[in-house]
Design a protein around this ligand. Structure first.
Ligand code: HEM
Length: 149
C-alpha cells in the first residue's frame, strides 16, 4: 500500500528491527527487509528509524546505486511533500517521471485513436444517411429503369 501525506508521528511508530521506516528527501521508506543487507550495517539505520534521515544519508555520500534503491522501498510521501517536490533529487524519481510521461503519451495516443475512429465512423454514418435519404426521396427514376422499347 502507498501512503501519501504521512505525518512525522506516523512514521515514528515504525522504529524497530521488525518494522523500520525512515524518511529520505520526503520519501517514506520501509527498510525492514533491507536492515540485514545494508552495507553500512543495521545499527546506523535503527538509530534513525522513524525519523528523517536525509542529512545522514547525504553525509555518508551514498552512491547513485543507493538512491536507485529508493523506489523499491518507498511506501509513501511525507506530509508537506509531493511527488513533484522530489523531482531531480534522485534517479528513482526521474524513472517514475519517465514512466508517468510514457503513460500520458500512451493515454493521449489511445484517446486520439478513439476520437479519430469515432469521427470517421460518424462521418461514414452521416454520408450513408444522406445517400439513403436522396435515394428514397428521389423519384426513383435513376434506379428504376423501365426500358421503353
Ligand atoms: C535510506 C535508505 C538507504 C539505502 C538504500 C542505503 C544503501 C546503502 C548502500 C547501497 C551502501 C553501499 C554503497 C554506498 O556507500 O553508497 C550503503 C553504505 C552505507 N550506508 Fe546506507 N543506505 C541508506 C540509508 C542510510 C542511512 C540513513 C545511514 C546513516 C544513518 C547510512 C549509512 C551508511 C554507511 C555508514 C555506509 C557505509 C559507507 C562506507 O562503508 O563507505 N545509510 N548504504
Amino acid at each position: 500500500m502507498f501512503f501519501s501525506g504521512q505525518t512525522r508521528s506516523q512514521v515514528a511508530q515504525h522504529k524497530s528491527t521488525k518494522d523500520c521506516w525512515l524518511v529520505v528527501y520526503g520519501r517514506v521508506l520501509n527498510l525492514t527487509k533491507f536492515l540485514e543487507e545494508h552495507p553500512g550495517g543495521e545499527e546506523v539505520l535503527l538509530e534513525v528509524a522513524g525519523k528523517d534521515a536525509s542529512k545522514e544519508f547525504d553525509t555518508i555520500g551514498h552512491n547513485e546505486g543507493a538512491k536507485k534503491m529508493f523506489a523499491k522501498f518507498q511506501v509513501g510521501v511525507l506530509q508537506g511533500h509531493s511527488i513533484q517536490d522530489l523531482g531531480g533529487k534522485d534517479d528513482a524519481t526521474n524513472e517514475s517521471k519517465k514512466e508517468m510521461s510514457a503513460f500520458v503519451i500512451k493515454d493521449d495516443s489511445s484517446s486520439t485513436f478513439k476520437s479519430l475512429f469515432l469521427t470517421s465512423s460518424f462521418l461514414s454514418w452521416l454520408l450513408l444517411s444522406i445517400l439513403v435519404t436522396i435515394v428514397t426521396r428521389s423519384d426513383r427514376n435513376v434506379f428504376l429503369f423501365s426500358p421503353k422499347c
